[in-house]
Design a protein around this ligand. Sequence first.
Ligand SMILES: [Zn+2]
Length: 413
Amino acid sequence: MVDVAIFAADLVLPVCASPIRDGAVLVENGRVAAVGPLAEVQRERPDAEVRRFPRCAITPGAINAHAHLGFRREDKPPGGPFSDWLRELISKLPEKETWTPKAAANSAREALEAGTTYMAESSPYGECLPQLAGSGMAGTVFAEFFPGDFPGSSPEERVTAIFEKARKLREGLPPRVDCQVSVHSPYTVDPESAASAARRAREEGSVLAIHLQESPEEVEFVRGGTGGLAGIFGANTWGGRGVSPVRFFEEAGVLAPNVVAAHLATAVSEQDIETLARAGVAAAHCPRSNAYLNCGVAPVPEMMQRGVRVGMGTDGLWSGPSMNIFEETLFAVELHGFDGRTGLELATVGGAQALRIDGETGSLEAGKWADLAMVEATPSGGHPEMEVLKSAAGGGVAATVVGGNLVYDRLDT
Ligand SMILES: [Zn+2]
């Protein structure tokens, strides 16, 4: 690791502060020490090596608040309905084992080359942890567990097993890579196990990743106990609660400020938004996956208005077209009519807030990790964020810096 370095570009977008022309980021021991005009930063540390990125803008690295690494583009199943897609996925699980590690490494590389510096990945029993740990990105793998894999055990026993598994997986990990637990969804995890896992995550002070109110079929299962998902998971008989999945998980005691709920795309009502806001739940917005699987549109502007923390997620390559968070965000910007500044916030600090790591990353501020994306763009107007976002969405990331390390450099500076 370079102990002291200055990263300089035509423009720096700290996200937490105004754009800086001819700006620079001073990095010491992996963390941001100062951000400002290059001339000023250089006066502060005249001895520091300057790494210049001409015709580029420096932004905080992208934060992927909900991803799956273990899928590959070439045999992506057809799109929605959701339950048809899921049935196809389940039928391919046996053969998928043979290619998941390679797919995960490729997905992680794609994310890194698109400027992602932190990823929240969910995979069965944490199977993609080696690939995230080896990618150069920081991040957390959320180990999903499926109660159907633990016949004859009590909810407490199976929850103990998955937390013990996550604890073992944490041993020997590189710095800034972690493993925690995910309650996959209201239709795959029974409410007793979900509640027990949520309680345990709160006690440990860890983040809990969940899928929530993603599809019409999930809503139908939880409300009526019927529909496509009831057909797939015949043994999962706890549906038919007469309420929305958000309400169901609230009543089960799952929802709390440590929960990041992905999707929230189908029939999310005013009352659901109120519940999420009151519980302090964060949302991971995956609009391209939701569109592909006919799941609807998450009411993100309304959630943000109510103070729900929102980050962006790509989901995996079997539902989303790429692992590029900036591209996912540009889709959301066009979908909801956001401005470029809001978009750049969602792609970076929004994800950090959702994952409760905004004290450590997500914007360019002294004390945070130096997680940066170098984006080819030279906007001249007063609102450069949209231009930079569009460039990053379209493959314009030239380099990625994680904790002060240049882990990807297309320009080879
Ligand atoms: Zn997902």
